[in-house]
Write a protein of this length. Structure first.
Length: 258
């Protein structure tokens, strides 16, 4: 009978390690795990994104877009469906190259991942797969609660000058999912905060349900208090079905709304 208590004691750390990936893993490996969970290298991905932009003192604006990703090829296509004035506009990312298509002029113009998406607080880089472990170096890490979640707070510095944000702080929960980020300038000025409170789980894959971006600098003073601009993205109809090869092309953007 004395054997059973001994086995139970041995099992405790093993079970805790399995359910708590923050234990016994480096911060760099934790970033790699977060990248894997937010990237879909073995399949295509598509969904509908509803983007609500709130500028203090102005009426809210709504943009609806279809997003198609093929992470294994570093490519995505975004097609604007609403509002009517922007319908048919689109984006095509192929590797490091990003094109913006305007159906009015029927022209493609070179864009950048760092630019604002449709003049919201989201950036074009927010729509591609996650590459945190490739793009950033870990400066420090510490355990930090985020509401009821146990998280690892990791401070990052860009590995090259091409990143949208030179510095970041990122909160990763015990399940390996990104829950919050703070984006900073090179001088340490807070520029933007983002939060992801919930995810869809589809098989072994995860998709954010909502992403909230709060701009730390842009906003207006209302009744004596500064109110920040914010953008909320709601993701619906997530799918991992194969997307036709023809979708990832300039021709698709030119003909999709004809």
């Amino acid at each position: 009978m004395k054997v059973f208590p001994l086995k139970s004691k041995l099992l405790v750390p093993v079970i805790l390690f399995l359910v708590s990936p923050l234990w016994g893993i480096s911060d760099t490996d934790l970033l790699r795990q977060a990248d894997r969970l937010a990237s879909y290298m073995d399949t295509d991905f598509s969904a509908e994104y509803t983007i609500i932009q709130e500028k203090p003192g102005q009426s809210r604006t709504k943009t609806v877009a279809g997003v198609f990703r093929r992470d294994s090829r570093e490519t995505y296509v975004i097609v604007i469906m609403e509002p009517r004035i922007s319908k048919g506009q689109g984006y095509l990312k192929q590797g490091k190259t990003l094109w913006f298509y305007d159906p009015g002029s029927k022209r493609f113009n070179s864009s950048s991942s760092q630019e604002r998406f449709q003049n919201t607080n989201a950036r074009n880089s927010d729509f591609t797969r996650s590459t945190l472990a490739e793009d950033y170096r870990v400066i420090s890490g510490t355990d930090a609660p985020l509401g009821s979640l146990k998280c690892r707070l990791i401070t990052l510095e860009a590995a090259s000058s091409g990143m949208t944000y030179p510095r970041m702080k990122i909160w990763i929960s015990e399940d390996g999912l990104v829950r919050k980020t703070e984006d900073y300038s090179l001088s340490g000025q807070l520029l933007r905060t983002s939060a992801i409170t919930d995810y869809y789980r589809i098989g072994s894959r995860y998709v954010p349900k909502q992403i909230l971006f709060v701009d730390a600098l842009r906003g207006s003073t209302i009744n004596g208090a500064f109110v920040n601009e914010r953008t909320q993205i709601t993701i619906t109809k997530p799918s991992f079905k194969k997307v036709a090869d023809s979708v990832f092309s300039k021709t698709f953007l030119e003909t999709v709304n004809r």
